[in-house]
Ligand binder design. Structure first.
Ligand SMILES: Nc1nc2c(ncn2[C@@H]2O[C@H](COP(=O)(O)OP(=O)(O)OP(=O)(O)O)[C@@H](O)[C@H]2O)c(=O)[nH]1
Ligand SMILES: [Mg+2]
Length: 233
């Protein structure tokens, strides 16, 4: 509970057997989290088995994809506030307190990983990714009349259930370019959004999206098309 509100954490997981238990324990250790949902997305390793050894509720999402996994988690979450994160060691459990600190004043609180001082040495956030995330975020900000945005790809973010209810049914993206759609739909509902800097560490286990240049470019391109398409519609 945080300020009288129940808190859910959603962890999308595709082959994350190496860190899933540590991730659940780390978020649980904050003392403010009431519910942790692991969305197992057809993992071929022991992700689901490992997750069942923790306090998390494990749900199986068959539709493959980062967006599908997160949308399922958002549907399953019962908290007054819902925090999305990743179970790969890149995010720190205690950073949920940074998001919660702003949750009294904002409908959605998004982490940003482009603050250099918080990007750890081993993190997959070289200049290309940092600038790329920043450029696409600025494009979203300018074309959709948003608040100051500096990272279009940070999974760590908080949304109030009441705010989510206003646009959840309109979410369509199942792939890795899911995050900007949430922000665009929220802005269209005139919801209040702010970004806060969060830690970004090196990953445990194999990277699936931005670990390769090809994956990064594909995701970036899809995000740009999405941002333009919503602008023109
Ligand atoms: N790529 C991908 N990720 C999925 C899928 N389903 C769930 N996920 C989870 O979504 C999160 C994002 O994938 P990552 O491989 O961490 O991609 P990333 O965060 O861009 O890059 P790194 O953390 O630097 O490797 C992870 O927690 C995955 O386990 C899926 O179908 N594809
Ligand atoms: Mg990751």
């Amino acid at each position: 509970m945080y300020a009288g509100k129940s808190v859910s954490v959603v962890l999308p997981a595709y082959n994350e057997e190496q860190y899933i238990r540590a991730a659940v324990d780390d978020f649980a250790a904050t003392g403010v989290v009431d519910e942790i949902i692991v969305v197992d997305n057809n993992s071929r390793d022991r992700t689901a088995e490992e997750a069942r050894l923790t306090v998390a509720r494990v749900v199986e999402e068959r539709a493959q994809g980062y967006g599908h996994a997160l949308r399922r988690g958002l549907r399953e979450a019962t908290g007054d506030v819902i925090i999305m994160a990743e179970p790969d060691g890149t995010f720190i459990g205690r950073d949920v307190l940074k998001l919660l600190a702003y949750s009294d004043d904002f409908d959605m609180v998004c982490g940003t990983r482009t603050t250099r001082e918080l990007v750890w040495e081993q993190a997959n956030m070289g200049w290309f990714l940092r600038i790329g995330n920043w450029v696409v975020a600025k494009m979203l900000q300018l074309l959709h009349d948003g608040p100051s945005l500096s990272d279009c790809g940070c999974t760590l973010r908080l949304t109030h259930r009441k705010a989510l209810d206003r646009f959840q049914a309109e979410l369509t993206v199942g792939g890795s370019h899911f995050l900007p759609e949430m922000v665009i739909l929220a802005l269209r509902k005139k919801l209040a959004i702010i970004e806060v800097p969060v830690n970004y560490r090196g990953r445990v286990g194999e990277s699936k999206i931005t670990g390769s240049l090809k994956g990064t470019l594909r995701t970036g391109f899809r995000m740009i098309v999405l941002i333009l398409r919503y602008r023109l519609s």
